[in-house]
Design a binder for this molecule. Structure first.
Ligand code: NAP
Ligand code: MG
Length: 403
């Protein structure tokens, strides 16, 4: 065994809950500790610890992420009523992902992990399509009224000096509905910068789409902010990197995405991103084969899996039954974070290790060894279904042949 890879700067490690917490430890024991002198600043975001610290641990982990620039996060429980009694919670703590996203002012980029034998439903998709969803405002922070009967609906803005701007929405002659939505220049600007930075970082074209022809002020402002920032700060960098920024109408984008072979980033407004990310991820196969990274406009990165804590498998695990839980997205969260750490520190060995671990994971699946979720959808023949631990051990065997 060669000597372990040196890692002078730590990354932030956010541990989590249930089945993914079990996988987390296995991944560290089998795939990281034997090869890397792993340095992390550890935060336990498991629900027990969040409850114990009144969620201070989540805030602290977000602060540490800003300090070190890179974090890797395990899936965590977002408490609901059932969890209140299950964990005897003091409060219904907020989603850690929401807290971290707000602290970093970040955008989430989700991309599928492509392997031979797990083909996307859309047959011409050959490369990943990365979806970037704006995570603030619009219909997710709306104000609604059920109009009971005839009357006039108006949009009123009162400036700090008391002056008013008014627009008539509609003069109702009977019952109906109205909705008020907003966004802020600050949030759209952060979103745009995160997208441009991520495109440069991953050397992929960036698409952005809205309905600016119909929404001449609201959606058009999104389009304008993107274009202004692109022209002022990114045009030259994009040209140097050989990538393009492409704006088109949302309906045109949807049509083009279907015909395209992939390999680009698609930035969407909040609602479009909600809907389209589910469409893209289900067409690529499985949430367990989908990575997710939160990127702040200042270039801070937090990597995680796109799926949850896989509660059903955890209860089986607790009952002493065998599980076959897919660890690929969680492994890729680690490799993403380690590679980024390596890039930031000029640590070529660490980057190389991250690439090899990804390669080993893909090769293991392509050789027919996989977890049950993939065995159900693969086009490969002669498949061996492995349990959670044996799948990770199989990846280690492949990794040893690559190192
Ligand atoms: P989930 O954990 O994503 O799992 C839903 C189902 O998808 C599982 O029961 C399983 O199907 C399948 N699945 C997901 N990941 C898998 C994997 N890695 N390997 C194999 N199968 C996988 O969603 P959930 O059960 O609705 O949520 C559980 C908890 O996760 C909740 O408390 C929720 O708050 C939390 N959550 C956290 C995050 C996050 O931290 N980013 C995201 C979403 C949800 P089968 O049961 O059919 O095998
Ligand atoms: Mg959705």
């Amino acid at each position: 065994m060669n000597k372990k890879i040196n890692m002078p700067t730590p990354l932030v490690e956010m541990d989590g809950d249930e089945m993914t917490r079990i996988l987390w430890q296995m991944i560290k024991d089998e795939l990281l500790f034997p090869y890397i002198d792993l340095k992390t600043e550890y935060y336990d975001l498991g629900l027990v610890k969040r409850n114990e610290t009144n969620d201070q641990i989540t805030m602290d982990s977000a602060k540490a992420t800003m300090k070190y620039g890179v974090a890797v996060k395990c899936a965590t429980i977002t408490p609901n009523q059932a969890r209140m009694s299950e964990y005897n919670l003091k409060e219904m703590w907020k989603s850690p992902n929401g807290t971290i996203r707000a602290a970093l002012d970040g955008t989430v980029f989700r991309a599928p992990i492509i392997v031979k034998g797990i083909e996307p439903c859309v047959k011409n998709w050959k490369k990943p399509i990365t979806l970037a969803r704006h995570a603030y405002g619009d219909v997710y922070k709306n104000t609604e009224i059920k109009v009971p009967g005839a009357g006039k609906a108006e949009l009123v803005f009162t400036a700090e000096d008391g002056s008013e701007t008014r627009e008539t929405i509609h003069v109702f002659d009977g019952p109906g509905i109205i909705q008020g939505i907003h966004n802020t220049k600050k949030s759209i600007t952060s979103f745009a910068k995160s997208c441009f930075n991520y495109a440069l970082d991953t050397k992929q074209d960036l698409w952005f789409s809205t309905k600016d022809t119909i929404s001449k002020k609201y959606d058009h402002t999104f389009k304008d902010i993107f274009q202004e920032i692109y022209d002022a700060e990114y045009k030259t960098k994009f040209e140097e990197a050989g990538i393009t920024y492409f704006y088109t109408l949302i309906d045109d984008a949807v049509a083009r995405v279907m015909k395209n072979s992939g390999g680009f980033i698609w930035a969407c407004k909040n609602y479009d991103g909600d809907v389209m990310s589910d469409m893209v991820s289900s067409a690529f196969g499985s949430l367990a084969m989908m990575t997710s990274v939160l990127v702040s406009p200042s270039g801070v990165y937090e990597y995680e899996a796109a799926h949850g804590t896989v509660q059903r498998h955890y209860y089986k695990h607790l009952a002493g039954e065998e599980t076959s839980t897919n660890s690929v997205a969680t492994i890729f969260a680690w490799t993403g974070a380690l590679r980024k750490r390596g890039e930031m520190d000029g640590n070529a060995e660490l980057q190389d290790f991250a690439n090899k671990l990804e390669q080993a994971t893909i090769q293991t699946i392509e050789s027919g060894k996989m977890t049950k979720d993939l065995a159900l959808i693969t086009s490969l023949e002669n498949v061996t279904v492995l349990n959670s631990a044996d799948f990770i051990k199989a990846i280690r065997e492949t990794l040893d042949t690559l190192l």
